[in-house]
Design a binder for this molecule. Sequence first.
Ligand code: MF3
Ligand code: CO
Length: 248
Amino acid sequence: MISIKGEKEVESMRKAGKIAALCVEGLIPQVVVGNTPLKLDQWAEQFIIDHGGIPSFKGYMGYPASLCVSVNEEVVHGIPTSRPFKEGDLVSIDIGAVYQSYHSDMAVTIPVGKISKQKEKLLSVTRDALYIGIEQARSGNHVSDISHAIQKYAEKNRFSVVRELVGHGVGKSLHEEPQIPNHGKPGEGPVLESGMTIAIEPMVNMGNAKVKVKDDKWTVVTVDMMPSAHFEHTIVITHNGAEILTLP
Ligand code: MF3
Ligand code: CO
């Protein structure tokens, strides 16, 4: 069952989204040489609480932190460590906040200092893939119209999309139906309707699509150890296209 949210619920999600987005805005200038994922996590947790929210991820299926910080070949779900950022790193930050019992979920990928041309391209293609997916998120379209647009764009740029992890419905729970894959044929899966709230989150690899989970049981890494990028927004389908809820 895909839940349809009313305006009051969407308003709570807008607030949850705003907390996450403002937090990301505050984190971006802290992604510098020498700072650590653990410090970002502590700062973000305090920020979310100070703004009246609750970190969505902490305690979710035993996840130990408020942020996921995934560096270079780490795709998603990186547990924040005390290993300092270095020049040229590609850092993905994934964050969720709960407000009035509703979740938001968003992610960005940020360069540390000067990064290689190829990493720059990976970053911009992944960000653009998210917005290309969001353009397909309108009532009457099928879920896989989003998936197909993302895959087509990433592959046209000679990158690959991760298959094992997907976007998702979001609301009273962090993960709701439907799943939103980042690959597939158009015109398949559930039809999108006004009032559906979903998180779209392309994960794009510079090398091949294969990923595995590290021994810590969380961190997803590329098998070929090439870099990966991740962008995510929570959106609501309206009568008039998609509205992004994770905005500052
Ligand atoms: N954005 C991530 C997702 O949708 C949330 C991280 S889940 C957690 O999978 F377990 F790490 F909290
Ligand atoms: Co998500």
